[in-house]
Design a protein around this ligand. Structure first.
Ligand code: IVH
Length: 671
């Protein structure tokens, strides 16, 4: 009996060590050495043993992440060392002024070395480890006094319950940021919407809100992540000479630190780092609101000291804000290519995300109702990366008296046709079809766009003139334009007219997938156009295909099939196509799919990170040309993840699911 217990005790210790190690490989090194299934088996074995010997359970066992009971409220916590804030810089000049002050105080003419890393947009936490065991997690609070959120931080997988290594300090306060990935945030909100729950405004609020749950079971469901960026109080830590070495030490303890951290030299090094991170900002899988520079040498840090609550040795160099408040003047409706009416907010111009914004989308009427946006409201506007600015929420406290909710117009604001809204669909549409100028303009824009017929120089403004001047009704009319007519238009000269005619001529030599896509058939995007072209080989065959034949095409379901069938069922559409062909639009015959063709046939790929020898678009075309399929997100159906430099969260997902990860060379070796 005693021998069995001793054996189990040893096995429990072994399992805990192995699980901690694999957690480290997965979360810190981003390089797991066992598949998830194996990890789960080890965890289950440990759970079973702990059920048998409950007295051997310790709080830092990998099984004990969500075991804690809900708390009644948050207890106060006094940090061992205060949690400081950072001075901000908003321009190159302010950054230079910071660096100058640092050098003046240190009486140094040489370039200062700074530890640089992104400023995560999440919630600051302080984690207290005693002899390597996590004993407390706390919010920043007022910097001196925070709230005890131990029960919640324990549920975050990248926060170790026990540090790795032998030479662990007696006491260590680890400081860092808890945040939510954009993907996790989107999923969380999608789920809340499905279940009629409350959505969060942004990932930062979602992270902070998740940490303020009383029940850790709820927090455990939130996709929270952690990066350590420094330390607070400590006892028994072997102190290095530089901040960058502290980070390396933390990493050695099994804590996750930003993979983007670097040591840079002087103000120029700081500026280049800021620029480089700024360029990558929109492709990161989480939000950052700037970069932080800290004087790397710790003796310099001590010499510099603090002013009030901020150190003189660090600065946050902020990016232009993604979100700003402004007043919404009015809501108008824009009519899209398929007649969809999109409510658009007309705003008091506001500088956000690096540009001045005066319009923002409200998506559809459900969204308007859900957010209860009204003319006169003060609203939060968001513009991230290259996405269209959107209205995030209304600041209800600032609502003036006597506002009125917006109603859907009964008639199209452009052509006056009836507006119809299909039961159960969020979108309302103008029923005018190509009679509606707005729909005609949008169809032409789509037809001419880069990924469709690629007519260079035929932009939105020109199309407006051509349609408003009744010069163009269908795409065929474009090919009937002569230089003289074009040159007579606003802001057009002889030279640009010549160029446009040349571009029109060039666009006639196209491919079947592009042409199909250009036609703007509902639900037929680029991928579906490609599938249709590959399956049928020629346009006539698609035209003649019935619903069953259409549905036999990969990715074509009943809805797409109905739209394709309806499109070719309209005499008007067929006439336009015939006239385009008569005007000289042509494409080579598509190689039809056959089962044997394409070595990547039947394989699904996902791309992540920056590839070195080709763009992602090129990689996609390459994979498709060999019969493979490229999708946007990793799932159980993914066969391969092609991974370039600085991959996003897709890599971790792929590793979790046991999906094979390839670099560019390995990809090439597949075909
Ligand atoms: S250093 C004394 N580094 O920014 C220096 N802070 O006002 C203390 N933050 O809420 C902070 N990313 O949580 C530092 N890489 C980073 C950071 C970072 C985000 C947050 C921090 C605090 C605020 C500082």
């Amino acid at each position: 009996m005693a021998a069995k217990r001793e054996n189990s005790r040893q096995r429990i210790a072994e399992l805990r060590e192995q699980l901690n190690f694999h957690n480290y490989r997965y979360y810190v090194l981003d390089d797991p050495v066992i598949p998830d299934s194996k990890y789960d088996r080890l965890l289950r074995e440990l759970q079973d043993l702990e059920v048998e010997y409950p007295d051997l359970i310790v709080p830092d066992s990998p099984t004990q992440r969500v075991g804690f009971e809900p708390v009644a409220g948050f207890a106060d916590v006094i940090h061992l060392e205060p949690m400081l804030s950072l001075e901000n810089a908003f321009s190159e000049e302010e950054l230079a002024a910071f660096d100058r002050k640092v050098r003046d105080r240190l009486k140094s003419d040489e370039d200062i070395e700074y530890a640089a890393e992104p400023k995560m947009d999440g919630a600051a936490v302080s984690l207290l480890y005693e002899k390597g065991v996590l004993v407390r997690g706390a919010t920043r609070g007022d910097g001196t006094r925070g709230e005890d959120i131990t029960h919640n931080v324990r549920t975050i997988p990248s926060i170790p319950l026990r540090l790795l290594g032998e030479a662990l300090p007696d006491v260590l306060e680890v400081r860092g940021e808890i945040f939510m990935s954009l993907e996790g945030f989107a999923e969380l909100n999608a789920e809340a919407r499905r279940e009629g729950g409350k959505t969060f405004v942004n990932p930062r609020n979602a992270a902070a809100g998740s940490l303020r749950q009383l029940d850790p079971k709820l927090t455990a469901k939130r996709p929270l992540e952690f990066y350590a960026y420094g330390i607070g109080g400590q006892r028994g830590l072997e102190f290095p000479e530089r901040h960058s070495e502290i980070l390396a030490t933390l990493r050695g303890f099994g804590l996750r630190i930003s993979p983007l951290n670097r040591v840079v030299s002087g103000v120029d090094g700081c500026q280049s780092y800021y620029d480089a991170i700024g360029k990558r900002r929109s492709s990161l899988s989480y939000e950052i609101d700037g970069v932080v520079f800290k004087v790397d040498r710790l003796d310099y840090q001590s010499a510099l000291g603090f002013v009030s609550r901020a150190p003189r040795w660090a600065v946050a160099y902020k990016f232009p804000a993604h979100e700003e408040m402004t007043v919404l003047r009015d809501i108008e409706f824009q009519v899209g290519r398929t007649g969809a009416l999109t409510p658009v907010a007309r705003l008091e111009p506001v500088f956000v995300g690096g540009v001045t914004v005066s319009n923002a989308t409200l998506h559809n009427m459900d969204e308007v109702a859900r957010k209860d946006v009204r003319p006169g409201d003060t609203v939060v506007i968001r513009r991230a990366g290259d996405v269209i600015p959107e209205v995030v929420s209304v600041v209800t406290e600032k609502r003036p008296r006597k506002t009125r909710p917006v109603v859907l117009p009964r008639h199209c604001p452009v052509c006056g046709s009836d507006v119809v809204r299909v039961e159960g669909e969020a979108v309302a549409r103008c029923s005018g079809g190509l009679y509606c100028r707005a729909q005609r303009k949008e169809s032409l824009r789509h037809f001419a766009s880069r990924r469709a017929m690629d007519i260079e120089g035929l932009g939105a403004k020109l199309i407006d003139q051509l349609v408003d001047g009744d010069l163009v009704h269908t795409p065929v009319d474009l090919y009937r334009l002569d230089e003289e007519t074009i040159a007579g238009l606003d802001r057009m000269g002889q030279k640009s007219a010549k160029n446009l005619v040349r571009a029109l001529e060039k666009s006639k030599h196209t491919t079947l997938p592009r042409f199909l896509y250009a036609l703007g058939i509902r639900e037929v995007g680029e991928a579906t156009a490609k599938s249709l072209a590959k399956h049928f080989g020629e346009l006539d065959a698609i035209r003649r295909a019935d619903l069953d034949e259409l549905q036999s095409v990969e990715d074509v379901g009943p809805i797409v099939a109905t739209h394709v069938d309806a499109f070719f069922g309209q005499r008007h559409n067929v006439e336009v196509i015939d006239q385009l062909v008569a005007a000289g639009v042509e494409w080579p015959r598509e190689q039809r799919d056959s089962k044997s063709r394409g070595r990547l046939k039947g394989k699904t790929f996902v791309l992540t990170g920056t590839l070195s020898e080709m763009t992602r678009e090129e990689a996609k075309e390459l994979i498709e040309s060999h019969g493979g399929k490229v999708t946007g997100s990793v799932s159980g159906k993914t066969d391969y993840l092609v991974c370039g430099a600085d991959p996003g969260s897709k890599l971790a997902t792929a590793q979790k699911l046991g999906v094979t990860v390839l670099d560019e060379e390995q990809l090439r070796s597949l075909y």
